[in-house]
Write a protein that binds this ligand. Sequence first.
Ligand SMILES: [Zn+2]
Ligand SMILES: [Zn+2]
Length: 268
Amino acid sequence: MFTDSHCHLTFPEFADQMPAIRAAMAAAQVDRALCICTKLEEFDDVQALAARYDNFWASVGVHPDNEDIAEPTLDDLVRRAALPKVVAIGETGLDYYQMEERKGGRTIADMEWQRERFRVHIRAAQQTGKPLVIHTREASADTLAILKEEGEDGTGGAAGGVFHCFTETAEVARAALDLGFYISFSGILTFKKAQDIRDVATFVPLDRMLIETDSPYLAPVPYRGKTNNPSYVPFVARQIAELRQIPVEAVAQATSTNFETLFSSVNA
Ligand SMILES: [Zn+2]
Ligand SMILES: [Zn+2]
């Protein structure tokens, strides 16, 4: 019934946990999960996990926060995207959050390497026809500008994709929707202080919305602070159902159908 469109199941938190996680997913009617890659060094594990289980898929990409790792070329991404069960390019994008603390006092002007890495991912998505999984934090103007510059305007030739773990404003959501992108909501939606994001989740059309856990991070209430896993994605769906006053089954159905429509190679 439910689909977790974004999780990281190869992180150390989950070593030897797969049977327990899969049992919990089955009990919670979470039928599918997209396992997201954050650096080339972990890709083999992510792809192997997807190859091993029918209802797991994989992405290939390098997260904008990752440094001191292999910098992906267009060819690195395109070659890996052709492997079985790889249905998406990412996660990729821009992250300007807490520059002072997290980027050692460097400025946004110094983040040209992030922007260039993002462009390489967009070109790989267009070349392979596999959609983008976009991570953007405090960088929405540049994210949208680069997408447009690279031809991501929802027309032919554009790869499209999803803005994952959405925490931006309603205006940014509208701009992303206008470019043909989907919006994915995480457990943040259940956090007390997240009224702004709940407002966004109330207006984004149901046929353009995905849900995710971003496991092991961001466990939804009532598990906030614990290690997240895909079996908790129904809490995100329930929050959306409550906001929109529709049955949770309707949210599960729509977000699962959207997942198949966007990542169409899951049906290959
Ligand atoms: Zn992310
Ligand atoms: Zn992620």
